[in-house]
Design a protein around this ligand. Structure first.
Ligand SMILES: NC(=O)c1ccc[n+]([C@@H]2O[C@H](COP(=O)([O-])OP(=O)(O)OC[C@H]3O[C@@H](n4cnc5c(N)ncnc54)[C@H](OP(=O)(O)O)[C@@H]3O)[C@@H](O)[C@H]2O)c1
Length: 247
């Protein structure tokens, strides 16, 4: 039951959805976890549910200053890090004709720059044998409507999993990507009107070979595998999508 006893993990975007499910899985299996996010209320609620083996540090991954604060807190709380789940992200679903510079810049600032500098700032704390997992998306290989900016950012992360793997290999650190298909976490509703989100979700279910969304817990199990158990795997992408990009 305590498979991850003595292990330390950091999860960006760990207060909700896939990040929270991963934090819960790891804490339940004995790990100590630091979670981050921008909303203090979300972090407080998550911390309450996770218990004393979890620490919440408020911060915005698109701010390098906040990432410095996170790294300092992680060093104080955990010392070293065995699993770094670079998961914070936003969707910015919008037809390409209506895309604005502001939304484009915010999407890349959080999903791409934020992920890159999260790894850079926390790298000094990674232990030998540590696993870094970047959350990309099946959107990185699909031409879905209204996802051009989001998908391009996620494709950048898929690429970074390869190049950062090469750079961190001499330190014995593995870097892999998790590529979820549709998971009903509320992320869509936070970035588009309810009606559009419902339409988008119905289309995802209809096209999926399993005719359903995945659960955050199904993604969390794959993340834990990549972070801790996939000791001969680096630079890879694990697709967890009900088969939508495979069948
Ligand atoms: N759900 C899906 O269908 C799906 C599919 C493929 C990939 N993904 C990816 O999976 C990851 C997790 O998404 P989710 O579905 O679990 O949705 P979610 O519950 O909205 O999780 C996103 C998390 O990221 C945090 N976050 C967003 N911007 C941030 C920032 N600038 N700084 C720090 N934290 C930030 C959010 O917290 P705050 O808002 O409090 O900051 C939230 O906890 C994302 O990268 C998403 O792109 C999701």
């Amino acid at each position: 039951m305590n498979a991850y006893s003595g292990k330390n993990a950091v999860i960006t975007g760990g207060g909700s959805g896939i990040g929270f499910a991963t934090a819960k899985l790891l804490v339940d299996a004995g790990a100590r976890v630091v979670i981050t996010g921008r909303s203090q209320a979300t972090l407080d609620a998550a911390r309450q549910r996770l218990g004393t083996n979890a620490t919440a540090v408020r911060g915005d991954v698109s701010s390098l200053g906040d990432l410095d604060v996170l790294a300092a807190r992680v060093r104080d709380e955990l010392g070293t890090v065995d699993a770094l789940f670079v998961n914070a992200g936003i969707t910015s679903a919008m037809p390409f004709e209506s895309m604005t510079e502001e939304v484009y810049d915010q999407s890349f600032a959080i999903n791409v720059k934020g992920a890159f500098f999260t790894v850079q700032k926390l790298a000094p704390l990674l232990s030998t044998g540590a696993g870094v997992v970047l959350t990309t998306s099946v959107a990185n290989v699909m031409g879905m409507l209204e996802t051009s900016v989001y998908a391009a950012g996620k494709a950048a992360l898929r690429s970074m999993a390869r190049s950062l793997s090469r750079e961190l290999l001499p330190r014995g650190v593995r870097v892999n990507a998790i590529s979820p298909g549709p998971v009903d976490t509320g992320i869509l509703e936070s970035s588009m009107p309810q009606e559009a989100a419902e339409r988008f979700k119905a289309a995802r279910v209809a096209e999926n070979p399993m005719r359903r969304f995945g659960t955050p817990e199904e993604i969390a199990r794959a993340v834990a595998f990549l972070a801790f158990d996939a000791t001969y795997t680096t630079g890879a992408e694990l697709v967890v999508d009900g088969g939508v990009t495979q069948l």
